[in-house]
Design a protein around this ligand. Structure first.
Ligand code: PCA
Length: 159
């Protein structure tokens, strides 16, 4: 039987070069195949909040920016791990959002057959459980924990 895979769009600490990317490459946790880069079709506020400087995509469409991120194909095991890791459904909720495909690659770097459509539906960790004051934080369009905002992400071990 063919394995069921799920498209997921990551915009925060799970992206390449970001503090939790190691999860995506840890085969003990399941499979995550990099598919390409994209951005949300809708606009959302992407804020960095809480003491730990955690990126949150707030469930307030048509506000903020179209958010840049990476598209992965993950198996059930990885999806389940990510749900737990991201505190879903308390801290984030996993919703389906439409993502514009900016570039598409195979896992070995060779161009794989790109989906015929220019957009793809992906799971995204966004949140409705935010404090009202988060709406007045800076809205980012592309998260980088080491960005000019100076809000370095604090790893769980340090909390
Ligand atoms: N991890 C998830 C949601 C926010 C975060 O830091 C992600 O990278 O998409």
């Amino acid at each position: 039987m063919e394995e069921v895979m799920h498209n997921i769009f990551v915009y925060g600490t799970l992206k390449q070069g970001q503090p939790n990317y190691h999860i995506m490459t840890d085969s003990k946790l399941g499979k995550a195949l990099f598919k390409g880069r994209g951005r949300t079709v809708d606009k959302y506020p992407l804020v960095i909040a809480r003491e730990e400087n955690i990126p949150f995509l707030l469930e307030v469409p048509r506000t903020g920016h179209r958010i840049a991120g990476e598209i992965y194909s993950v198996d059930d095991q990885m999806l389940q791990f990510l749900d737990e890791f991201e505190g879903c459904p308390d801290m984030y909720q996993r919703t389906i959002k439409r993502i514009e495909i900016l570039d598409w690659e195979g896992k070995d770097g060779s161009p794989e057959e790109r989906p015929a459509a220019s957009t793809i539906e992906c799971f995204v960790y966004s949140t409705t459980s935010y404090k009202p004051e988060w709406l007045s934080l800076t809205y980012h369009d592309c998260y980088d924990s080491c960005g000019a905002h100076g809000l370095l992400f604090c790893d769980r071990q340090d909390r």
